[in-house]
Design a protein around this ligand. Structure first.
Ligand code: FEO
Ligand code: CA
Ligand code: CA
Length: 668
């Protein structure tokens, strides 16, 4: 089968490719690249440094200012560990002196009475009692304040049928060549997919230095694409979210494509609904008024076959159903029977994550990325204040507040523009008759406000230790030459970059701040790439495509990546430690790397920094670019059987717990 190419098959991979498809932002708002370029062309730094040498051309202005110190090596780094060698193979690798133990695998039973995983005889009922597929966000909620006993909350973003189901990929003859074809899914397989989506809440305990799953944990729960949820906040009950199955417009079945997320200061689990467009198929009835709204989100995309079996995913039958997805979902983990709430006040778009922090005055700020080329960075500020002593006061904090979208200025300022019905262009003249209308079409509202078009905003992490905010912008290969500018400066931005925001007065709720590019990603030894890692960064330490990220309790930044691969980078995705302070700023080191085909999600540190939980997502999804395998990977012919490496076990997305062998803190 060596004559097959990836082009000959149509496996469903991450809907990431959709985010990389034609840009669907129709406005002429200025791009971040245009603005950064203007800013740095005034400083004139780029020309000067490019003239010196390939290495100098890759160094950021900040690094240039402290180049001598940076060259002093790791002296200024906040991280102490022996870097992993970048590369690609069928296993995971962690820094020497650490253990990376698989804690939860796709199919692992989560309840005392849940069936063991049998991939050849999987059922939807079994899947709904087992760990789901393609783990993404990982959060840790301590039980009784413990760093060694808590709830792990994990999103299950999407499914890969060609890796999950035996017998659905066939070798066929096509134009005299062998090719692979995937059969349509049966209803039972669709039901398994639906049960493999959503999230997991599971009790875990550290025992003798090793984490264990507590299978009879009273709070263990699976949330799926069929769990009953409530629509809450300004959109609840609006005509545009009413369906035949739910004339009240308040009850939704399930959550889908939960990418990153967060844990709130009051201990609830929030899940971000990202690439919802892929689940809908069929055509809207002629003249339906949602046509423009759906077009702005790429709905329907139809890569899932759910609409063939369930009316609610068929636009012809339930034209309002897509308005019930694309929200932030909040789950009360203290009651496994609680009804998750879709918090509509936080807007509707391709939500990447929802990390939060308490502002100076007690209001809570959520940073939200909309992961599409040329889409926006948002933040939501609650109206009410967090009260640690009164859980009831925090219960519905997410139903009232102000959503803002970011406008980045050339002078290094950022303005957070309120998205409020009746203000500025958000009026009936532009088709908005209420805040519900504004929220249902958040993207169009942000377009009208003149928000800055970004290079695919992924996870955004506030850092309570240094008071800054870190924005991951994963890539944007559609940015044209005439859209680039200095500090976000790359046409065909294949490797992404990271922006650091300092809110005015150190107040996360401020409506103004300053921004800097922390670093531009990619191989710094290739001048044309224009990366800006510090010169202390080794050949193993650079990365592309920043995606999920975390800060540990010391305020150090850790970045997980999605999109590195053998062909372009000679490395898999992984977890990189990125210095943000002093002379080591923009120095990166590789701490952990994933097996072939995977991206890395999570990461999440236990409160004592002695464990890093990471989520290995879609391992084995691909192998053509990895020379020792050199062909597409599917259930019967996998590029890796990680993590079990048993002939009768498929590859399994899994959460890994990384601990130091001496029991100490990670990276210290
Ligand atoms: Fe699901 Fe934007 O990554
Ligand atoms: Ca992501
Ligand atoms: Ca991703």
């Amino acid at each position: 089968m060596s004559d097959q190419t990836q082009d000959e098959i149509r496996f469903r991979t991450s809907l990431l490719e959709e985010n990389e498809g034609p840009a669907i932002n129709p406005t002429d708002n200025r791009t971040m690249g245009e603005i950064i370029a203007a800013r740095f062309s005034r400083r004139g730094f780029l020309k000067g440094s490019l003239a010196v040498s390939a290495i100098a051309a890759t160094v950021s202005p900040l690094a240039l200012m402290s180049a001598d110190e940076a060259r002093a090596g790791e002296g200024g780094s906040a991280f102490v560990f022996d870097e992993v060698e970048a590369g690609i193979d069928d296993k995971h690798h962690v820094a020497a002196g650490y253990d990376a133990d698989v804690l939860l695998r796709w199919g692992d039973p989560l309840f005392a009475d849940a069936p063991d995983f049998d991939p050849a005889k999987q059922t939807a009922e079994a899947q709904a009692r087992q760990f789901g597929y393609n783990n993404d966000f990982v959060g840790y909620i301590p039980l009784e304040g413990s760093a060694e006993h808590g709830l792990l909350v994990v999103n299950h973003e999407y499914t890969n049928p060609h890796l999950m189901f035996p017998g659905i990929v066939k070798v066929v003859e096509k134009d005299g060549k062998k090719a692979l074809e995937q059969a349509p899914l049966t209803k039972e397989q669709v039901d398994i997919e639906m049960a493999a989506h959503g999230g997991t809440i599971v009790e875990i305990r550290k025992d003798g230095g090793k984490w264990q799953v507590v299978r009879d944990g009273k709070l263990n729960r699976r949330v799926t694409a069929n769990t009953e949820m409530a629509l809450s906040g300004p959109v609840a009950g609006h005509d545009r979210v009413k369906t035949n199955a739910d004339p009240s417009g308040t009850k939704v079945l399930g959550t889908i494509n939960n990418c990153a997320g967060g844990v709130t200061p009051w201990g609830t689990y929030v899940m971000a609904e990202e690439n919802i467009h892929g689940y809908f198929s069929g055509a809207l009835p002629e003249g339906n008024k949602e046509a423009e709204n759906y077009k702005r989100l790429g709905i329907p995309e139809g890569s899932y076959e759910w609409g063939a079996h369930y009316d609610r995913f068929d636009l012809a039958k339930e034209p309002n159903e897509p308005n019930r997805f694309g929200w932030i979902v909040e789950v009360d983990v203290t009651d496994p029977n609680s009804t998750p709430k879709k918090r509509t006040a936080l807007g509707r778009f391709k939500h990447e994550g929802a990390e939060s922090i308490v502002a100076k005055d007690g209001r809570v700020v959520f940073y939200l990325g909309d992961d599409e080329r040329f889409d926006y960075v948002y933040k939501f500020v609650t109206a009410g204040k967090f009260d640690p002593a009164n859980p009831a006061a925090n219960k519905d904090l997410l139903d009232e507040g102000t959503l803002h979208v970011a406008k980045f200025a050339e002078d290094g300022g950022v303005e957070w523009l309120p998205i409020v019905f009746g203000q500025g262009p958000l009026t009936a003249e532009n088709g908005f008759n209420s805040q519900a209308d504004v929220l249902i079409e958040t993207r169009r509202a942000a377009d009208l406000l003149g928000a800055t078009k970004m290079d695919r905003p992924e996870d955004i992490q506030p850092n309570g230790v240094n008071g800054k905010v870190y924005v991951m912008l994963t890539n944007n290969t559609k940015r044209k030459d005439d859209q680039i500018d200095a500090a976000n400066p790359r046409a065909k931005n294949a490797f992404g970059h990271m922006i650091e925001i300092a809110e005015e007065g150190g107040d996360f709720a401020a409506t103004k701040g300053k921004w800097e590019v922390l670093l531009k990603c990619g191989d710094p030894s290739v001048a044309d790439v224009g990366a800006s890692f510090s010169t202390a960064t080794t050949a193993n330490g650079w990365f592309g495509m920043p995606d999920n990220c975390a800060v540990d309790s010391a305020g150090r930044l850790w970045v997980a990546t999605d999109g590195n691969n053998a062909k372009e980078t000679g490395r898999t995705d992984g977890l990189w430690a990125v210095d943000t302070e002093g002379s080591a700023r923009a120095t990166s080191k590789l701490f952990f790397r994933v097996p072939v085909g995977a991206e890395l999600c999570g990461p999440q540190f236990a409160p004592d920094d002695k464990t890093a939980f990471v989520a290995v997502q879609h391992p084995g999804d691909g192998g053509t670019d990895w020379e020792p395998f050199g062909r597409p990977s599917y259930y019967e012919d996998l590029s890796t059987r990680w993590p079990d490496f048993k002939p009768d076990m498929p590859v399994r997305p899994s959460v890994v717990a990384i601990t130091k062998q001496d029991g100490g803190k990670i990276g210290v």
